[in-house]
Design a binder for this molecule. Structure first.
Ligand SMILES: Nc1ncnc2c1ncn2[C@@H]1O[C@H](COP(=O)(O)OP(=O)(O)OP(=O)(O)O)[C@@H](O)[C@H]1O
Length: 356
């Protein structure tokens, strides 16, 4: 790659201008221009603008080389220059994707869907309070279905009926592993914890997130339950590469700031989708990222008076879920993921209204 100094010098010589005339055209001291061309001084941005104009060079392209030169000057004497660059690169990638996500306006179909959801939710709120037996039965039904589907996404092979027997009756299923049993019980306990949090009007913060993750991996992964990862991870079958472990503290801090900044202004269904997507994309845990993120989504929905939204675990639904996530991560297009969550929320509201 050509250095800035060489580009400036070559452009001037090609145009057949002497340094004195170029300096005059730019309103600069000839000695200074000479220093730029020898690489003894770096122009400032204003200098660069006038030089680009006088030499018929694209300012945008020149500025890129100039910025690269500045980065080089900062890092030239650093022993860990490559690590620092990799770190900066991941930060920039994350910020650009985050910005584009925030800047996007919601399209009309999404807004219409949200209005429909608001109407359904009003109807659901009007049904409350439900009689306690009815409430208990509904909870049992929907919570088991949620545990079954969320664990099914992750590969758990217990059927809906088996999940019910394990969680509600304490029965063990022949031929199924201890881990699968624990996953069902743990997930069901995590839903109870969500309800607790909502009843106490507790804030959603780092402690709550780690607690949820702990409940999911309790008795399954001693080393990592309730802890952020300290190793790199990959998501199989995905182009998206989660950030390196040393970025996690900062990213998770931003994650909660983002939540605090938007929790009272964004539509809850969009906020819940976004906090779900952000978390699985950061992938802060070695395992259990999907289940924990789906719990976070439901915590946010429940705090706003919505019933649990259940993303299905059959193959077709799972593929659509992965594709929607990939669309946000690779193309910065969250619309498919919003749609997916919107449909799950709508479906849940319809079912709850039917049962009530
Ligand atoms: N591009 C992607 N393609 C597929 N999955 C992705 C992608 N980005 C993030 N994910 C998330 O990664 C999750 C898998 O991560 P992990 O195995 O840690 O979670 P899990 O809870 O153990 O399993 P699962 O989420 O499958 O239930 C997926 O469920 C999904 O939520």
């Amino acid at each position: 790659m050509k250095t800035l100094f060489l580009i400036l010098r070559e452009a001037r010589i090609t145009k057949g201008i002497v340094i004195r005339n170029l300096a005059q055209a730019c309103g600069l001291d000839p000695a200074l221009v000479s220093k730029f061309e020898k690489g003894h001084r770096l122009p400032n941005e204003e200098n660069l603008k006038v030089l680009a104009k006088a030499l018929d060079l694209s300012f945008d392209e020149l500025r890129k080389v100039w910025l690269a030169e500045r980065v080089y000057q900062i890092l030239a004497d650093e022993r860990d220059a490559s690590d620092i660059l990799a770190l900066a690169e991941s930060r920039v990638e994350y910020l650009t994707s985050k910005q584009s996500l925030e800047l996007q306006e919601l399209g009309n179909p999404i807004i219409e869907n949200l209005q429909e959801i608001d109407e359904l939710k009003d109807k659901w709120t009007a049904e409350k309070p439900l009689n306690s037996t009815q409430l208990r039965k509904m909870k049992e039904f929907f919570n088991i279905a949620y545990t079954y589907e969320s664990n099914r996404i992750e590969g758990n092979t217990l059927t809906l009926q088996e999940t019910h027997l394990v969680v509600n009756e304490g029965i063990t299923i022949g031929g199924k592993s201890v881990r699968e049993h624990l996953e069902a019980i743990n997930h069901s306990e995590a839903i109870d914890y969500l309800e607790d949090l909502v009843n106490k009007d507790a804030v959603f913060n780092r402690r709550v997130l780690l607690e949820l993750h702990y409940l999911i991996l309790k008795g399954i992964d001693r080393e990592y339950a309730g802890k952020f990862r300290n190793v790199p991870v990959r998501i199989s079958g995905s182009e998206h590469i989660p950030p390196q472990p040393y970025l996690l503290e900062k990213l998770m801090e931003e994650y909660f700031i983002h939540y605090e900044n938007h929790k009272d202004t964004m539509h809850p269904v969009i906020l819940a989708s976004e906090m779900h997507e952000r978390l699985v994309s950061i992938h802060p845990f070695v395992d259990g990222n999907g289940r924990t993120s789906r719990l976070v989504m439901n915590l946010i929905l429940m705090r706003h008076g919505f019933p649990i939204a259940n993303l299905k675990g059959d193959l077709e639904s799972r593929l659509a879920y992965y594709k929607a996530l990939e669309n946000v991560q690779v193309q910065n297009d969250p619309s498919m993921f919003y749609d997916l969550v919107i449909n799950a929320v709508k479906d849940s509201l319809h079912r709850h209204l039917e049962m009530a």
